[in-house]
Every structure is written in structure tokens, then in C-alpha cells.
Design a protein around this ligand. Structure first.
Ligand code: GDP
Ligand code: MN
Length: 378
């Protein structure tokens, strides 16, 4: 789950990071008062869940309260990469003499938190990683012990030779690590972390993604959710308790079990096509879940065939068969359905589906091949 900069700033400030004060507004009329309260110059920042707001014109400096009001007026309601700006953060601006990048993710190889830092901050870090990878330092951190003093020194030295600045960096690294762990983030980023001409360090942007699997223990974070940047299908799937990821291919997939779902996607690719989605309808799938899944998949205009691959264990194949027929009728689905049902009550399912338009398949390979054939013919 992505959260807005304003919320990420709050979490960073709580972890002791130097975050300039700011005020969130929803009406341009509130901008002047906010700017007066904070003291100019201020920066007027669109709160939308996409990167590169600055480049898109969604971050503007203002040197007077009047200018802040003008900028807020221009930014509110603006469209940034398909999202409408409904909230704007008025933040105390900082003069910038240096910009660093500081971010944390999980390193999948060592299975530990990884801090990434770069003296080339402010810009697209992916670009830095591509063109000048030597400008990024990666440090694996022990999740229990935290950042070791020698690591703090190494990281500070990588960013600056100025002792007074370096002294302020250690608490920033520690604070970012603390914030990252406290809220179970999958990513926490300060880009840029800046040094002002008076030698003070400030975190002027804040980004945090929360690991969805941890949300059950963060009720307060759940309230920060803003679905507007998510794929509507993914939102609906989450509400229906389905595990769904939207992809770009032609073959919709309805599968039970994450392992079988991945194997199905692999096989679709192996035989030369692309899946339209990952979807795990779960263990004890009711006809309602099949219906919900179908609803989400048929909305994608790219989908030319749907492959239903069910290994019946707890899931009963006859339940799935009933769900499919109901979905086809209720939703008026005219996309061909290729069905492979095996396991518990497979025979009952076969009887239910006999004489219908559904295309039966006995093995997974047969199902995948038939779905590809149908999708490429249309
Ligand atoms: P992003 O584009 O979505 O990453 O948004 P940022 O918060 O990083 O802002 C984009 C850019 O606006 C930054 O890289 C800075 O160049 C500029 N900016 C943001 N805040 C300030 C500030 O307080 N002072 C100055 N001088 N520039 C700022
Ligand atoms: Mn930024």
C-alpha cells in the first residue's frame, strides 16, 4: 500500500528525521493562511500517489502567501499521470545546496533490509542506477542489531566530506531504518535529502510503501489508504478476498492456489502467449468467488480467452462449475472459457458442464494450449 507524502512525513518526523513543518489543505483559499503561518518561502506540493510530481508540474515554490495561493489554485484539480490532485501540502521551503538520495528496501538475496544511498539525489534514482551505478552505495542491515557504527561512518563518508553534515546523517540513517521497520514498509525513501546553505540536513520529500501483509497489525495505517492510484480490479479483488494482479496479456486466468496460479502463468508463457492476470481464488472457493473473479477479468478488453485451472482439494470442482455457469449467465460473458477441473468432485463437475459452451480440458497443458489457440484466433 502506498501512502501520501504527508503521512510519510508524519512517520519520518516521529522517527526523529528532520522534516520541515507543513500544512495539508484541500482548498486554495487555505493556502495563504498556511503560508503565513509557516513563513515564506513555501513549497506547494500535490499529494498524489505517483513519483515525479515535480517534473509533472505538481511541485512549485512560492515566495509570498499570494503566490502560494496562486500555485495551490493551479495545482488543485490538476491531472498528474491520470490522478486528480485533491489535496495539497504547503511545506516550509528549504534552500538547497546539496541533494542526496536515501532509501530502504528489502534485499531478496540476503533477506535483510538494504539501505541505498547516493550523492546524486533529487533526480530519478533508477536512471542513476543505470548510467552511474558507482554513485550508489548499498548497505545490508541486520534487522535486529540495526545499523552498525562502522556502517554509519561508511555511509556518511560516501555522501559528504563535511564533518558537520556527516554528524547529522547518522541520525537520519537510523531514523529511516526505524521508520522502515516500525511500519513494516517494503520501501521507505527520502529523495531528496538536502543540505541547506547553512549546513543543515533536511528530508524534503517522503515516500513509504507498506507491506500489505502486515496491515492487519497497523489499524492506523489502514486509514491512510487511498485507492485512487490502484488498478480498480485489484481493489475489487481485495474487497472480495481474492489475490489478483493485473497483467498485460490476452489470457485471463482463474486458478486456485498461488503455486498453481504461477505454474499456469509460466505455462502460458512457455507456449508463447501472455497471461492477462495472476489470480488465486483461494482454498475454499465458493461460487461467489468465481463470480467475483470473472467480473474483474471480463472487464479487461484485452482478454480473449479465460482459462480456469482448478485443482480440487478443499475446493470442490462442482462448486466451481456452478459458479462458472452462473457467472457466464449473470454477466453475459461471451469470452470463451476453457475449463480444466480435476480433483474433488471432478466427475460431478464434468456432468454439470456437459453440453454447455465451455471448452473442457483434461490436463493443464491441454487447457493452456486450447486457451492460446482460441485467443490467437480472435
Ligand atoms: P517528486 O518530484 O514527486 O519526487 O517531489 P519532490 O518532493 O522530490 O519535489 C520535486 C522537486 O521540487 C525537488 O527535487 C526539488 O528540486 C524541488 N523542491 C521540493 N521541495 C523544495 C524545497 O523545500 N526547496 C527547494 N528549493 N526546492 C524544493
Ligand atoms: Mn522526490
Amino acid at each position: 500500500m502506498k501512502i501520501h507524502e504527508v503521512d510519510a512525513r508524519g512517520i519520518f518526523a516521529g522517527a526523529g528525521l528532520p522534516v520541515p513543518p507543513s500544512i495539508l489543505i484541500t482548498q486554495s483559499a487555505e493556502a495563504r493562511g498556511a503560508a503565513e503561518k509557516l513563513g515564506c518561502p513555501v513549497v506547494v506540493k500535490s499529494q498524489v500517489l505517483v513519483g515525479g510530481r515535480g517534473k509533472a508540474g505538481g511541485v512549485k515554490l512560492a515566495s509570498t502567501p499570494e503566490e502560494a495561493a496562486e500555485k495551490a489554485e493551479a495545482i488543485l484539480g490538476m491531472d498528474i499521470k491520470g490522478l486528480t490532485v485533491e489535496k495539497v501540502l504547503i511545506a516550509k521551503a528549504v534552500d538547497i545546496s546539496e541533494e542526496f538520495y536515501v532509501g530502504m528496501v528489502y534485499d531478496r538475496v540476503t533477506r535483510k533490509p538494504l539501505m541505498m544511498i547516493s550523492p546524486a539525489g533529487g533526480i530519478d534514482i533508477e536512471e542513476v542506477a543505470k548510467s552511474t551505478p558507482e554513485k550508489i552505495l548499498k548497505v545490508v542491515i541486520d534487522p535486529i542489531a540495526g545499523i552498525m557504527p562502522f556502517q554509519l561512518r561508511k555511509m556518511s563518508a560516501f555522501l559528504t566530506a563535511d564533518k558537520a553534515v556527516a554528524k547529522q546523517l547518522a541520525p537520519v540513517f537510523n531514523g529511516l531504518f526505524k521508520a522502515f521497520m516500525d511500519v513494516d514498509s517494503s520501501l521507505a525513501e527520502i529523495n531528496p535529502l538536502v543540505v541547506s546553505p547553512d549546513g543543515k540536513v533536511w528530508a524534503i520529500d517522503a515516500k513509504i510503501n507498506i507491506d500489505d501483509n502486515s496491515l492487519y497489525r497497523h489499524a492506523a495505517l489502514e486509514e491512510m489508504r487511498d485507492d485512487s492510484s490502484e488498478d480498480p480490479g485489484e481493489v475489487e479483488a481485495r474487497d472480495s478476498d481474492l489475490s489478483f494482479v493485473k497483467l498485460d496479456g490476452k489470457i485471463g486466468c482463474i486458478v486456485n492456489g498461488a503455486g498453481l496460479a504461477m505454474a499456469t502463468m509460466d505455462m502460458i508463457k512457455y507456449f508463447g502467449s501472455e497471461p492477462a492476470n495472476f489470480l488465486d481464488i483461494g482454498g475454499s472457493s465458493s461460487p461467489e468467488k468465481v463470480l467475483a473473479a470473472m467480473k474483474i477479468i471480463v472487464r479487461d478488453p484485452k482478454v480473449k480467452a479465460i482459462l480456469i485451472n482448478i485443482f480440487g482439494g478443499i475446493t470442490r470442482c462442482d462448486d466451481v462449475a456452478n459458479g462458472l455457469l452462473r457467472a457466464k449467465k449473470d454477466l453475459g460473458v461471451d469470452i470463451p472459457l476453457v475449463v480444466r477441473l480435476t480433483g474433488t468432485n471432478a466427475e460431478e463437475a464434468r456432468v454439470i458442464l456437459e453440453g454447455t459452451e465451455l471448452v473442457p480440458a483434461t490436463t493443464m497443458e491441454e487447457g493452456v494450449k486450447k486457451a492460446i489457440e482460441i485467443a490467437s484466433a480472435s
